[in-house]
Design a protein around this ligand. Structure first.
Ligand code: PLP
Length: 368
């Protein structure tokens, strides 16, 4: 199978990820839950993963809170900063992992910057939308539908100048682009472990520039006399037993990214995507959504074909993609593709030239 659904989850992982997970099962107990060797070793392993994430994202280890996925991390962040009726500014490319918690809270949402591949427009629209009543800005780093790379560095500087806390959704960028808690001084940066960090499903990270309000309350293995959640990070955000095998797998994935280097991964994926987009654009009856500020995700539409049906046909030809709205109706609304949807092809560090050639052949065969 040619796997081009890496924006959903990376399927090909460095082999050390599965080894680390298998090595944890039956050997590691739970951190903070005993002074015996199996618990102590688990504590070391979990702390080791925090250290790797801290190194990759310019944070301190205690600012790394483990979550189930990016959605969990975003819920923690949003529910810390936003109260019912608050005004929140978001980009025009947010995922439902942002929009649904905001709607659930009854926030007043202002959408700023709907032009694809136009960072100057996104920044100007954000600048205009932020007012004295804005409780938070929530912004995706990269659109999961179009691969549009938003100017997060500049948006972070804008939020600092205006004194508004920023939540960055780094679901599509963590591991593939520079992400820095220290430089951006964001309130929170949310990410999954199972995409560009090459960890397993069931892992995610919230980088905390400030303490989160607990979503879950319960045992933390610390300050057990108290009936209240500890104030300290990371315990404040981590009630209940950790996903120790998952965190060990995530540590192996983080180790891979640190060794390869985010810049090398970005360069390789960028070069592959550029060539791929050129080839797609040269095909008849294919509309390609491509632009200058693009990460390793591309959306297309095939003239005269329903997206979902075409996605299934590609699957039958051995090419795994995702078609439809990609849990991001706002992004489709911004791009004018809400009715038809798109077919999304997304790369990882394990995508080869031959995969992209195979995908192009399959698309040509479908268009004959
Ligand atoms: N935000 C964006 C931009 C995403 O692409 C995704 C997943 O596709 C999410 C949030 C949610 O991530 P998770 O499935 O890990 O909760």
């Amino acid at each position: 199978m040619i796997y081009l659904d890496n924006a959903a989850t990376t399927l090909q992982k460095p082999p050390q990820v599965a080894r680390a997970m298998a090595g944890a099962v039956g050997r590691l107990a739970s951190p903070g839950r005993g002074g015996h060797p199996a618990a102590m070793e688990a504590a070391r392993a979990v702390y080791g993963c925090r250290q790797l994430a801290a190194r990759l994202f310019d944070a301190r280890p205690e600012q790394v809170v483990f979550t189930l996925n990016a959605t969990h991390a975003l819920n923690l962040a949003i529910k810390t900063l936003v109260r019912p009726g608050d005004r929140v500014v978001v980009s025009g490319f947010e995922h439902n992992a942002v929009m649904r918690p905001l709607r659930g809270l009854g926030a007043r949402v202002a959408v700023a910057g709907r032009k694809l591949f136009d960072p100057a427009d996104t920044l100007a629209a954000m600048d205009e939308a932020i007012d004295g009543e804005t409780a938070a800005v929530v912004c995706t780093h990269v659109s999961n539908v179009f691969g549009y790379r938003l100017p997060v560095e500049e948006i972070a500087a804008l939020c600092r100048r205006r004194g508004v806390p920023l939540i960055v959704d780094a679901a599509q960028s963590a591991g593939a682009l520079p992400v820095s808690l220290e430089r951006w001084k964001a309130a929170f940066i949310a990410m999954p472990g199972h995409k560009g960090l090459y960890g397993p499903q069931g892992t995610g990270i919230l980088l905390c520039g400030r303490p989160p309000a607990p979503l879950l309350e319960g045992g933390t293995g610390s300050q057990s006399r108290s009936f209240s959640m500890p104030e300290d990070l990371p315990d404040r955000g981590e009630a209940g037993t950790h996903n120790v095998p998952g965190i060990c797998g995530l540590a192996a994935g983080l180790g891979y990214v640190l060794e390869r280097g985010t810049a090398a991964i970005a360069r390789r994926e960028g070069a592959l995507l550029e060539r791929f987009c050129r080839e797609l654009a040269a095909m008849d009856r294919v509309r390609v959504f491509a632009g200058p500020s693009q990460s390793a995700v591309v959306s297309i539409q095939l003239e005269g074909r329903d997206c979902e049906e075409a996605g299934e046909a590609l699957g039958r030809l051995g090419v795994a993609v995702r078609a439809g709205l990609h849990c991001a109706p706002l992004a489709h609304e911004s791009a004018g593709t809400l009715e038809a949807g798109t077919i999304r092809l997304s790369l990882s560090d394990f995508t080869g030239e031959e995969d992209l050639r195979g995908a192009l052949e399959a698309l040509r065969a479908m268009q004959e």
